[in-house]
Design a protein around this ligand. Structure first.
Ligand code: 6PG
Length: 627
């Protein structure tokens, strides 16, 4: 493919010298942009006046035409200061994919000294300063430090031009591997890296490449420097490593090999506060950072996950093509990947996604427990869940149905699994974030604490023996009532999850679009469902889903069943924390005069914390001597 290589930088950075040398080396024509000015521009410059945007317009068009003409025959090199992004946009108009940028970068002092030394005449510092003033660092360029020797500069540019990988994937665990295959299946040229750990992780990338035909064009590495050097600048490298300290370690390992303006994308389940810290830290190193929540597990990563990226919008644009192409597509064939907002907002919504996921899972576990108490065996439970499929349309319902069908040596597998639920922290963080932001996300807390409770297996066994559970009554719950309670609780779960996002967006000034968040969760991710599809429309009109007429009707219709299910469960000693909490929360949030008046009086009694009075609009604080 023919390419035009634009060499840019302030005057004195060495564009012509380097352009000529490189052109000779590559055996392609070189054009010095300075020779393509109109007569009027030349006259203006000769009289010592700087050119303005208007003067440059025609000149940039001339160079763009030259590049286009050249491309029909051959590659070429054009040297041009191209200090502003809009100049560069003009130069590469209609030839963006064929344009390569080389930016000769140096400090003001360095270039000033160099120009004066070289040309033996004094260059006015104001002139150079005016160039630095308007210089907008290009993101899309091979960055060259002009203090390198000419030989090394040419070598570096050439090796970069030869690099064919446009995307790097760091960390070949289950998710990383699936994303690699997804990227290559979408036609991207990638480099893949996995570390070398003696006896544990040896030749992981090479073996992975050998395993799949489709990876024949991908390049495999276990050497960081070679991996980084194989990727076109500015580099786009996605990290798929364990969240937590590993991310920081990997960043430190990568930093010495990266160049200014390279972009790191963290695709793990990282804590959103850490993402902000990393974003800020990397800014000091001139490296860009995108925190991207990725949902969908191994299969999603391979066939199209839901991706939740955040950071600087301009940087997102540089990775958008890759992330949006590999993501799942919604019912209108739009990517389930969109720019979420600044700093850690992408990881924040991924965290809330997981909080919603915890509750959806817990609700299904409770539903199954009740069905079992009603006398259904796992196959029958699966049948009941399957009969809800059309109305619920949820991934988690589908997999739970399959789980209850699965047999091992003619016995249901689900009944052989130790009842201790693990977690990797996102439900914990959602609960903490809710508490910090003052948002009552009671369901995720309840789902989380139920997982924690499951861990007390030994104590549960002891207490089960110590406490008699009393008389059982006949469990009177119909499958329809259970279905309605489940759907009721799901609405409350989604209300709480989106409320948390809305409040965080307000507090942190993230300006998030709830409808878009719901939309990118309609395919590819773990919590995709029919309800999520409805919410895309709901959130176009309101940020409070409980104010939506259709939802109000469903809640009113399903509440009686929810009461029956929770009451009957309590009477039969069946633990249903999430279903119970859903109705408790609903009763609380719809109570006009709550019991908080008593709390306020108690606080004032023992601590003189004061209280306000109903009807007093001055918001005056009262204190009473209660004794
Ligand atoms: C997803 C999942 C994924 C993962 C969670 C499980 O969206 O693809 O949420 O991120 O399965 O980390 O979390 P726990 O281990 O905490 O249940």
């Amino acid at each position: 493919m023919n390419r035009v290589i634009f060499i840019m930088g302030v005057s004195g950075s060495g564009k012509s010298t380097i352009g000529e040398l490189l052109a000779k080396d590559l055996d392609i024509p070189f054009f010095d942009g300075d020779y393509f000015h109109s007569e009027s521009n030349v006259a203006k410059m000769s009289s010592g006046q700087p050119l303005n945007d208007k003067d440059r317009k025609g000149w940039l068009e001339t160079l763009n035409n030259l590049a286009k003409r050249q491309l029909t025959k051959n590659s070429c090199i054009i040297a041009c200061s191209a200090l502003k992004q809009k100049y560069r946009d003009k130069l590469s108009r209609n030839i963006v994919n064929e344009s390569k940028w080389v930016y000769l970068s140096g400090s003001f002092e360095q270039i000033f000294e160099r120009v004066n030394k070289r040309s033996n005449h004094f260059m006015p510092s104001e002139l150079l300063k005016s160039q630095f003033d308007i210089l907008e660092n290009p993101i899309e360029a091979i960055q060259i430090d002009i203090s390198l020797s000419l030989e090394n500069i040419i070598k570096k540019i050439k090796s970069n031009l030869m690099n064919t990988s446009e995307f790097g994937l760091f960390g070949l665990g289950v998710m990383g591997k699936s994303l690699c295959r997804n990227l290559v299946n979408n036609g991207f040229k990638i480099s893949m890296f996995n570390r070398h750990v003696n006896d544990l992780e040896e030749d992981v990338a090479t073996n992975f490449k050998a395993q799949f035909m489709e990876l024949s064009n991908a390049i495999a590495f276990d050497n960081i420097s070679a991996f980084v050097n194989s990727i076109q600048q500015p580099r786009r490298i996605m990290l798929m490593v364990n969240a937590g300290k590993t991310i920081d370690d990997v960043i430190e390992d990568l930093l010495p090999h990266l160049s200014e303006n390279d972009i790191l994308i963290d695709g793990g389940n990282s804590n959103y506060k850490k993402t902000k810290e990393r974003y800020e830290y990397l800014k000091t190193k001139s490296i860009h950072f995108i925190g991207a929540g990725v949902s969908g597990g191994e299969e999603g990563a391979l066939k199209g996950p839901s991706i939740m990226p955040s950071g600087d919008i301009e940087i997102y644009k540089k990775v958008k093509l890759y992330l949006e192409t590999i993501s799942a597509k919604d019912k209108n064939n739009l990517p389930c990947c969109t720019y979420v907002g600044p700093e850690g907002s992408g990881h924040f919504i991924k965290m809330v996604h997981n909080g919603i996921e915890y509750v959806e899972m817990q609700l299904l576990a409770e539903v199954a427990t009740i069905l079992e108490a009603l006398g259904q065996n796992p196959d029958e439970i699966a049948n009941t869940l399957e009969s809800w499929k059309d109305e619920v349309g949820s991934y988690l319902l589908d997999i739970t149905t399959s789980i209850f069908r699965k047999k091992e040596s003619n016995e249901w597998l689900v009944n052989k699994i130790l009842d201790k639920a693990g977690n990797k922290g996102t439900g914990n963080w959602t609960t903490i974030a809710s508490a910090e932001l003052g948002v009552p996300s009671t369901l995720v807390a309840s789902a989380l604490f139920t997982r924690y409770m499951s861990f007390y297996k030994k104590e549960r066994l002891q207490l089960n023996k110590s406490f008699k559970k009393g008389n059982y009554v006949e469990l009177k719950i119909t499958p329809r009532e259970l279905f309605e309670a489940y759907q009721f609780a799901r609405i409350i779960n989604h209300y709480q999850g989106f409320k948390l996002i809305a409040e965080a967006s307000k507090s942190y000034d993230w300006n998030m679009n709830l409808s878009e968040v719901a939309r990118i969760w309609t395919a590819g991710c773990i919590i995709k469902s029919k309800l999520m599809e409805d919410l895309v429309e709901t959130f176009k009109k309101t940020s409070n889903l409980l104010s939506n007429k259709k939802i109000i009707n469903v809640i009113n219709q399903y509440k009686p069943s929810t009461k029956v299910v929770v009451l009957q469960s309590i009477l039969n000693n069946i633990s249903t924390p999430a279903l119970s909490e859903a109705i408790q929360f609903f009763n609380g949030i719809t109570t006009a005069y709550s019991s908080a008046n008593v709390i306020q009086a108690q606080r004032d009694y023992f601590g003189a914390h004061t209280y306000q009075r109903l009807g007093d609009t001055s918001k005056k604080n009262y204190h009473t001597n209660w004794k």
